[in-house]
Write a protein that binds this ligand. Structure first.
Ligand SMILES: [Zn+2]
Length: 268
């Protein structure tokens, strides 16, 4: 009996080990591998260690921008600097420190190459997305599964009427425009971001709050403490979106498809 028991325990232990190694820790995909994993439709298959798009465009991951001041980095970001500020998904969330804007640093040539550099090019990838909380239709890029991810977020949020009410009023998805006060294209122009009119004064934007790009800015702490808004943000983050409320240059109505920042395995 003891013998069988020992054998049974050994078998169980082997099975547990096999299961653990099958599930395993999430792979640490750093840098280029992370970008390849997050945007699978963009990169040419094969060359795992190179960043070459399907259209044959070569990208340099590290163009040595580390010395740039933050304001300059926003305008000249390379792919490495795009990943240098980690985005912390979930709650509780800390008030971001000065210039901590994870996701706001974007290598624009990368995004325009992927989503399009003219309204017509962007439009080629844009599809209508049913938005379950309101029954309205959003327009979003289908590339890399973004539109499907947005639709899933909507279905999740629609399950609870109180939560759905927070995102019933979209305030803009696809719109060809620059970021206010800059020459940089908005992610809305590329069909990869959506805004909502949030209730209860939760919609806050740094430029409407008397803040400047480089000056100090009082962060609206209450936006991190609203449990319903937290549920909204959680649902977006689980599907590869970041929330502008986690930026020191806060934009709490803004959700942007950035799977390289919320994927469990993408770290520098
Ligand atoms: Zn926005």
């Amino acid at each position: 009996m003891k013998h069988f028991l020992r054998q049974g325990l050994a078998l169980l232990s082997a099975l547990l080990c096999a299961a653990a190694s099958a599930i395993g820790p999430a792979p640490d995909l750093s840098g280029p591998a992370c970008l390849r994993s997050a945007y699978p439709e963009f990169w040419a298959p094969g060359a795992e260690d190179a960043l070459v798009s399907r259209s044959g465009q070569h990208f340099v991951f590290d163009a040595h921008k580390d010395h740039l001041a933050y304001a300059d980095l926003l305008n000249q970001a390379d792919l490495k600097s795009q990943l240098t500020q980690p985005y912390a998904a979930g709650f509780p969330a800390r008030v971001p420190e000065r210039h901590q804007d994870p996701g706001r640093i974007r290598a624009q040539p990368f995004f325009t190459s992927m989503y399009g550099s003219t309204p017509a090019e962007v439009q080629r990838h844009v599809v209508p997305v049913p938005w379950a909380p309101s029954g309205r239709t959003l327009h979003f890029t289908r590339l890399n599964g973004a539109a499907q991810a947005l639709e899933r977020v909507g279905r999740t949020l629609a399950e609870d009427a109180h939560t759905a009410a927070y995102v019933r009023r979209p305030a803009g998805s696809l719109l060809w425009r620059r970021i206010a006060g800059t020459e940089r294209l908005s992610m809305h122009a590329l069909g990869a971001a959506v805004d909502f009119s949030l209730p209860r004064g939760l919609g806050r934007y740094w430029q409407w709050s008397g803040c400047t790009e480089s000056g100090p800015c009082r962060y609206p702490v209450a936006v991190l403490q609203d449990p319903t808004l937290q549920r909204v943000v959680d649902a977006f983050e689980k599907e590869g979106f970041i929330w502008g409320g986690k930026w020191a240059h806060f934009d709490t109505v803004h959700f942007e498809f950035r799977p390289e920042l919320v994927g469990p395995a993408c770290t520098l």
